[in-house]
Design a binder for this molecule. Structure first.
Ligand code: UDX
Length: 443
């Protein structure tokens, strides 16, 4: 099939590369010429495992091209994916300007029937707005009979495993209002679902809602576990054992029950906010999601509370090693990363911070800039030198089995504040290391 993907961010780039991998002819459009030039030279704007290989293989194979030429992009694909950003507006609602501009650009140029597939995360009812924009422009162009369909196909990929998630999806949700559009998308996705049909067809509004509902549910599980972890500490229980016990109930399941430093990233914070806003507009309160947000804000500071409880409120003359800057392992994405909140608090209290991340140092430098007291270092071990304690913020694999003997020597005092519960408290205590984790009973 001939496919155009509008937007070369996370979703657009992964969608384009994976569709090309299956033999489709894909043109990816972005309005930023610098971005396109970089992609044409095989430089990706994001760190995502497996994506570079996929992009290089398919550009060399002639199935994947990048352009900032809107005319060419609209002329190419019978299917036009919209995968542009929907950042949070000031009031928390999703900003649709890029989605509607993409619809307008397609409508202004299309000469043949087009299937528009909305992959951006958008509020319920957006497909109707996209349809209105296109119909209005076609009418103004004197082409009211030119056929087009608008469908919803939300993306569920996770950063760090985005390629895998796309190539082997748990589900492909499609919202369509006609059989022809549904059939075209069923065919497009069939190669990704051989031997396991995961195609779920529904009405367009339900498809749009499913994305928000899924992310809100996952965020709720995390905040719920984070609150239970705080209570576990007070009651002398161990949240890790509780999690294991809970997760074996198939109705609960084992995923997304990990207490930590709060959820971050480009999706959960923004999408929960947007859903709360949409509910308010619809005159329906979402009490649970208000609490989910409040708990998450609180949770980002939980390690600071522990550090202050241990060292006192004044952290002048203290130095901390911090491992894990991106919002989670496997990505260099710093959006809404708990590390940002933790670093702000430490610097504000006068501490020095030596921070390390396996892939996010450049992004961190860009986001944090030059800050007195903040040192971004390129080795996990060099962050430790002379620090009063180690703070672990994300669960990169390389943090799971550090050289504890070296760690105990390099730190001024052998103390770990672990925001991801990577170690067994008793084992760490046996090594002579003081250990503060989330919701864990003291050994
Ligand atoms: C999420 C959704 O999982 C994905 O389906 C959607 O398309 C986009 O948003 P992503 O933001 O890439 O994906 O990351 P995810 O792995 O879901 O983690 C989100 C945040 O929750 C991270 O900050 C992570 O550390 C945190 N988290 C996750 C927990 O604190 N505990 C858990 O048990 C799971």
């Amino acid at each position: 099939m001939k496919i155009t993907v509008v937007g070369t961010g996370y979703v657009g780039l992964v969608t384009g590369a994976c569709l090309a991998e299956m033999g489709n002819q894909v043109v990816c459009l972005d309005s930023n010429p610098g971005h396109i030039a970089a992609l044409q030279n095989g430089l990706l704007p994001i760190h995502e495992p497996g994506l570079l290989d996929l992009v290089l293989r398919n550009t060399r194979g002639g199935r994947l091209t990048f352009t900032d030429d809107v005319n060419r992009a609209v002329a190419h694909g019978s299917v036009q994916f919209i995968a542009v950003g929907t950042p949070a507006d000031e009031d928390g609602s999703a900003d649709l300007q890029h989605v509607l501009a993409a619809a307008q650009a397609i409508a202004e140029r299309m000469q043949e029937p087009r299937l528009i597939v909305n992959k951006s995360t958008v509020p319920v009812g957006t497909a109707d707005r996209v349809r209105e924009v296109i119909a209005r422009v076609l009418l103004a162009r004197g082409l009211p009979e030119l056929a087009f369909s608008v469908t919803s196909n939300p993306e569920f990929l996770k950063e760090g495993s985005a390629v895998q998630d796309f190539m082997r999806p748990d589900r492909v949700i499609v919202g369509a209002d006609n059989e022809q559009a549904a059939q075209a998308l069923r065919m497009l996705y069939a190669p990704f679902m051989r031997n396991r049909d995961r195609f779920i067809l529904m009405d367009i509004r339900s498809a749009e809602f499913t994305k928000y509902a899924s992310n809100a549910m996952l965020a709720t599980r995390i905040s719920f576990m984070n609150e239970l972890a705080l209570l576990a500490e007070k009651l002398g229980a161990d949240i890790e054992q509780v999690r294991t016990g809970m997760g074996t109930d198939p109705r609960i399941g084992t995923h997304f029950l990990y207490a930590g430093t709060g959820y971050g990233g480009s999706c959960f914070p923004k999408d929960v906010k947007a859903l709360v806003h949409a509910a308010q507009e619809a005159g329906q309160a979402l009490h649970i999601l208000h609490a989910v947000q409040a708990v998450n804000e609180r949770q980002k500071q939980v390690l600071i509370d522990k550090i202050v409880a241990r060292f006192g409120p004044d952290l002048c003359d203290r130095r901390f090693a911090l491992w894990g800057l991106a919002f989670k392992p496997g990505t260099d994405d710093m959006r809404e990363a708990p590390s940002l909140v933790i670093i702000e608090h430490l610097l504000a209290r006068g501490a020095e911070v030596a921070a390390y991340d396996p892939v996010a140092l450049a992004q961190a430098r860009r986001v944090l800039g030059e800050r007195p007291g903040l040192h971004l270092v390129s080795q996990a071990t060099s962050a430790l030198e002379g620090a009063d304690a180690l703070i672990i913020v994300t669960e990169w694999k390389e943090f799971h089995s550090p050289d504890f003997a070296h760690l105990a020597i390099a730190l001024r005092q052998p103390i770990i504040f672990d925001g991801r519960n990577l170690f067994e408290p008793a084992a760490i205590k046996a090594l002579g290391i003081e250990y503060h984790a989330i919701g864990r009973a003291p050994p």
